[in-house]
Design a protein around this ligand. Structure first.
Ligand code: HAM
Length: 428
């Protein structure tokens, strides 16, 4: 036998048994985004490398260490998207979507980062994200956080903590950067190599360090507070007051700096204690400078992204059921019945009951083995085409989820009977 080829480390299959949870997340996310008037946008998973260098920021871990960058056959440097925001901005600028218009977009799909794989952290992972453009006021920050809270409530997830911070404007941050540089430089001997590396280029990221030896030093570091302008302070206070008015609890975390460079003012993360170290399930904030940095007219913007794998692990940890995606019914047929006849009946049922999930047996087999397959795929009803039934223009119906007896009905009555059975079984 030839040697098997395995999947790439950190890049996983999503097998059919995970479908119920994914289906629930996909349904709830798309319904919730629609509730707030967001339009779906689909951008490519590959972009020119400078988009991320300029968009996400040269001095970020993502750009420095984690991008899947390669030269294609035309000699262009391309990168598999490590996140969705830069691509959405690129598309909006390229197609003139931001001229005199506010826009609200959502997207979903795989992202790629060459990180060290562990539970909740993968090299290919999936996000659902939203981005709103053209609104500078704090109301849209509040609405997006409320939308994320509603999405978690609809999913059935509980116990998340909302962490909130403001990063001010780039000018305010420049002054803060200097204050941080001065502070950490005086404690240079206590810094680890990662933090020393960040000291000159991106000292804010030192605040993000997970090294416990630095915790005290970081706790005593200056905060952005004293460098904030009145306008930035008011923006943030309004966001906080708006959340309180909506009954959304939050914790102010002045150390929340985010790993991407484009943020301005509000940043937030929803974190859980149920998943271990990869605790952020949703992160985002305002990015007023990015459209300008990527060649568009200056346009305020704000957004967030959810990590699908982490949310699905959380649903499992909290016992949240997935959506029912199993077949409703499974067609079992005696092998003396011509397969064209079985197909004709199955197709007719699908014509009459368009939302019926109907799997027809394939590959013959005894009634016993066909019933086994029907059970295994999670179908609730078996529809049985025995020789006698077909001859008499009838069909057998047998619930698979309990011991009730099979009934036989006129084929013409089957759609109505199947619907009635499924309704009754759904109530059990
Ligand atoms: P991010 O914090 O880099 O932000 O990622 C958003 C979410 O994606 C995280 O909260 C986490 O749940 C999930 N995530 C990130 N990396 C991984 C990984 N390696 N494996 C599994 N899940 C992961 C962004 O990507 C921004 N584009 C969000 C945003 C949109 N900001 C404004 N608009």
């Amino acid at each position: 036998m030839a040697e098997t080829i395995r999947s790439v480390r950190g890049i996983n299959d999503v097998l059919p048994d995970e479908n119920p949870a994914w289906a629930r997340l996909e349904r709830v996310a798309s319904e919730t985004f629609a509730t707030y008037g967001y339009d779906r946008i689909r951008t490519p998973i590959m972009e020119h490398t400078p988009l991320f260098e300029r968009g996400v920021g040269e001095a970020t871990d993502i750009v420095e260490k984690e991008m899947y960058t390669f030269t294609d056959r035309s000699g262009d440097s391309l990168t598999l998207r490590p996140e969705g925001t830069a691509g959405v901005v690129r598309a909006g600028v390229e197609h003139g979507l931001f001229h005199n218009a506010t826009q609200r977009f959502w997207y979903s799909g795989p992202m790629f980062r060459h990180e060290r794989p562990q539970k909740g952290r993968y090299r290919q992972f999936h996000q659902f994200g939203v981005e709103a453009f053209g609104q500078a006021g704090p109301d849209v920050d509040i609405e997006q956080i409320a939308m994320s809270a509603r999405l978690f409530a609809r999913l059935g997830i509980t116990g998340l903590e909302l962490q909130l911070n403001t990063l001010g404007t780039p000018e305010e941050r420049t002054a803060y950067r200097q204050a941080l540089q001065t502070y950490f430089s005086t404690h240079r001997d206590r810094l680890d190599s990662d933090s020393l590396d960040r000291l000159d280029r991106n000292p804010l990221r030192i605040l993000d360090s997970k090294n416990p030896d630095l915790a005290d030093l970081i706790a005593d570091a200056p905060t952005l507070d004293m460098h904030l302008s009145e306008a930035s302070r008011n923006h943030f206070d309004t966001v906080c007051a708006g959340l309180t008015a909506l009954g959304i609890d939050y914790r102010l975390n002045p150390r929340l700096v985010r790993g991407l460079d484009y943020y301005t003012r509000t940043v937030f993360e929803w974190v859980t204690t149920d998943l271990g170290s990869q605790d952020a399930v949703c992160s985002g904030g305002r990015f007023d400078g990015l459209v300008g940095r990527l060649g568009g007219h200056s346009t305020p913007a704000t957004g967030f992204a959810l990590g699908s794998e982490r949310l699905i692990q959380l649903m499992e940890a909290q016992g949240v059921p997935g959506d029912d995606v199993a077949p409703h019914a499974y067609v079992i047929a005696a092998d003396t019945i011509p397969s064209a006849e079985v197909t004709r009946i199955a197709e007719w049922l699908r014509d009459v009951l368009p939302s019926l999930r109907l799997r027809a047996n394939a590959g013959g087999g005894s009634f016993k083995s066909q019933f086994k397959r029907a059970d295994r795929c999670g179908a609730r009803l078996a529809l049985i085409l025995g020789e006698a039934e077909v001859e008499a223009g009838r069909i057998g119906i047998k619930p698979l989820t309990d011991a009730r007896e099979q009934t036989t009905v006129e084929l013409a009555d089957a759609p109505q009977q199947v619907t009635a059975w499924l309704d009754e079984l759904a109530l059990d």
